[in-house]
Design a protein around this ligand. Sequence first.
Ligand code: HEC
Length: 213
Amino acid sequence: MSTPVDPTTLIPGEKLTDHDYDGIREYDNPMPRWWVWTFWATFYFACFYVLFFHVRKDRSEVAAYNREMQAYYEQQTEELLKMGQIDEVLLATLYQTPSAMKEGADIFNKNCVSCHEPNGGGKIGPNLTDDHWLHGNTLMQLYATVRDGVNGKGMPQWSKKLRPDEVLKVAAFVGSLRGKNVDGGKAPEGKPLPIPPLPDTRKATKDAAPASK
Ligand code: HEC
C-alpha cells in the first residue's frame, strides 16, 4: 500500500497555477509543446479534410470508386457486345460464368424481388421457378421480356433502367431459376414448357469466333 500523501503539502520544485477555487489549488503542468502542436495540426487537417472531401462530393473516395466501376462496366459491356450478336450462345456463356451470374443475382435482388420475390416464386409478377411461361423460357425469350418489359401488364422495360450488360446478366440469372419450383410459389400462369437445353457454347469460346447462327 502506498503511504497517503498530505494534500496540503506542496511537492518541492513544482509550480502552482495562480487560481484558487475555494482553497483548491492546481499544479501547473502544461501539455508538452510537441503534443499541443500535434493537436492543432490534426485539428486544422480535419477542417481541411472535411471541406476537401465532403463539401465537394465528387472528390470523395466513393465517387472515385463509382467512376472507376462505371468505366469498367462500360468497357465490359462493350466487350460483351463485341463477342458477337446477342443470342442464345452469348446468354448461355453468361449462364456458365459464375461472376456474371453473381452480378445477375445482385441485379435481381435490387430490382426484381419486389414483384417476383427473392426466391423467384412470384408476387405481382409471375412465378419464375415453375414450368409455366407467358412469354417463353429460352434464354433469348427471357432476355427479350426483361429488356422490353410487358407493356400494360406491369412488367417494366428494363432496357430503360439497366445497362445493356446488366439486362443480359439478369436474364441469364432468371434462366437459372427455371425449374426450381420453390415452395409457396405463385400458381402457374401461361403455357407449360420444358426447359430448353443450353446451346453448345464451347465452339464459340474455343474459336473465339463471334457467336453466329
Ligand atoms: C413492378 C413489378 C415488376 C418488377 C419490378 C419486375 N417484374 Fe417481371 N413481371 C411483372 C409482371 C406483372 C409480369 C407478367 C407480365 C404479363 O402478364 O405478361 C412479369 C413477367 C416477367 C417475366 C416473364 C415471365 C413469363 O411467364 O413469361 C420475366 C422473365 C420477368 N418478369 C423478369 C423480371 C426481371 C428479371 C425483373 C428485374 C430486372 C423483373 N421481372 C422485375 C412484374 C414485375
